[in-house]
Design a protein around this ligand. Sequence first.
Ligand code: GLU
Length: 503
Amino acid sequence: MRSLLMRQILFCQKRSLCSSINSERPRVRFAPSPTGYLHLGGLRTALYNYLFAKSRGGDFILRIEDTDQTRKVEGAVEALKTDLEWAGIECAEGPGFNGQYGPYVQSERLDFYQEHISTLLENGSAYKCFCTERRLNILRRDAVKSQRVPKYDNRCRNLTHEEINEKMNAGIPHCIRFKLTSDCQYFDDLIFGGIAYDVSINEGDPVLMKSDGFPTYHFANVVDDHLMKITHVLRGVEWQISTTKHLLIYKAFGWQPPQFGHMPLIVNSDGTKLSKRQSDVKVEDYRNNGIYPLALVNYITLSGGGFDHVPGAGVRIKTIDDLAEEFQIDKISSHPSRLNPDLLEECNRLEIKRQLQDNDLSKTLVTNLKNLITKTYPKHNLNLSEDHVKTVLDWSVSRISRIEELVSKKFGFLWILPKAKTEVDQVLLAKLVTNLENLEKFDQNTLKDNLRSFSSNNGVKFPALMKMLRGVLSGLDEGPGVAEMMDLLGKSQSLERIKAVVR
Ligand code: GLU
């Protein structure tokens, strides 16, 4: 059905140059429904709106579209605000923020919708519809049976004043519908280029106000974007099909519409649709799984476009300010945005690296890792000095992408004494202790050379010595190189571990 509708959209011309972007100071909005939590797609919409506003000195507004009260989820608004704040997206206006165009929650704006629906009823662009749910179901069923696009047959459009009064007096519930004209609307999509579409071909007159007095999305969205002085609407491509309908509503009011840009679908790296599991990944889950906000934000921009691509420049973590400065809406491609999960890991790794280079951020990172260690290994028995933890972090950035990995089994030896499980040659190791005690430098390279000559001087094969030592030092069969491990643990801790098995 959807592809059938899409085929009737005329893509008139390639995207025009960015000079056609309305140059007034932007007021953009992110308008989620509080039906759940913020997911990657929602974050992308919010982020691109924010970058667009910030890059042009404008405002980002949060509006909650809760006209479908049945789908409302308790606590969702607060969670959304937490997620946006975590991601570094600042709301200039919105529920709980300042702003002179509030309230910013649609269920608190019913009076505005009532007032504006009267305007459309009075100027003849809208009408009362008394059709029952039963009649509408029959229309739908008949259309499906005869393979037609199901649409309302606009029957109540032609009711006389007397008929309307009669039904009103009889207390028959009614909704309010918009009179669609077959006037093909055209708009210049900031991302997709020129689009023209005659909505009335595929749709019957849409409902603007439901019988419970709540507006539908289409109506509330137009009224609010106008009243809140929104200049640019950037939203997901799934709403593109509705835009010409919205334009008709603007026209019925005699209002100037904002400019529209629709962001392409987000898909897997192979171009397939995101699985339910992936598209359902909440921003909160990323946060709880050790992903940093800037890493997630950069990951989104890497997949979503909007920036000059410097070939061979590799991945670089940019701050929100950098991103806003470099953002160019005309660089967003209309092709689906392909996600590459490896890039998320790379972004997070680079973000850890960036934080380690900053004094304050690195202190927080050390504290967080210490907390993780004490939580994971309540009986940790090793050195947790700031310096040591920082050394481990510096060492780890080329190996890990989340600090949680540092408390996994693989790196547990860094924080607790291992249970050695290898058979050891006590005589040989006793000799090794003396040899190591005499070492002045205890860095990786010195150790590597020293262990090599120790193995040949003592007639033991190097790999066998390494295997034995690895077991003694970490209790593991695999992991970082032995010299590297000793360097990390430091001289006294390494010697202590070897001595423990010699005794
Ligand atoms: N409430 C709509 C949503 O949940 C907003 C669509 C729009 O931005 O117009 O996505």
